[in-house]
Design a protein around this ligand. Sequence first.
Ligand SMILES: [Zn+2]
Length: 262
Amino acid sequence: MADGGQQDLARLEAEALKGYRNLTHVCPHWDKTGREALVNPTTIVIHGTGSGSSGWALANMLDPTHPAKPSAHFLITEAAELIQLVPLDNMAWHAGRSAWRGRDELNQFSFGIEVQNPCSLSGPEYSPQQMDRLIRLLRWLMRRDSISSENIVGHSCVAPGRKQDPGPKFPWRFLEREGVARSWQTFSEDVYNGEVRECLIRLGFPDSVRQQATQQEQRVISTQDDLLRAFVLRHCPTLSHFAAGWQEHASKYLSQRELGHA
Ligand SMILES: [Zn+2]
């Protein structure tokens, strides 16, 4: 990287980490032996905590007796404070059974960012201050590891049918306008040839997800409803997927995407 580029990266890092709290030495849920190094991360997974306050999520990530050993590289609280839990060169345990663009187990190639929000349709919005924090963090990490905007995803994108976060209130359109996420309408026409299921898989959603719990290679095939729901949560959250007939609406929306250009 040229000197100018390094200065730019240093500026982005300073803007992202301004006033942050580093709790990496306190978080027990990452491997300190170096066996779980994070090499060449290509993807960033955004989570919603799904709780009423970030204190609950933070307590879980700091609890050495928690059976699921949850962690994430960063947590953004309701007050838009940034807390780092896992060093960037180590895997965090945030995505679980997951896949994106044909690769399984996101923990091995992604950063995880938790943002405080209950993740329900009737719950509060993500705040502008939280989004400001998140965007500064994304800009830095994307530049640092040359991560492209189509690989900024939600947990619901990579674990269809199993996870719903960051949920229907997450402002993906805002991230797209800021250039830190990619609108489905900007992909080439080729992506949209063929059946709905094929389109969704070309957009990156997983056809199937490997099960980590078993020794054998065992895969759970994503149902078309699960894939459509993941698409709706990511790309058209205003389309209520709780209403009767949402699958039909989502399929129509996908096949007539040119209407979205108007
Ligand atoms: Zn999650």
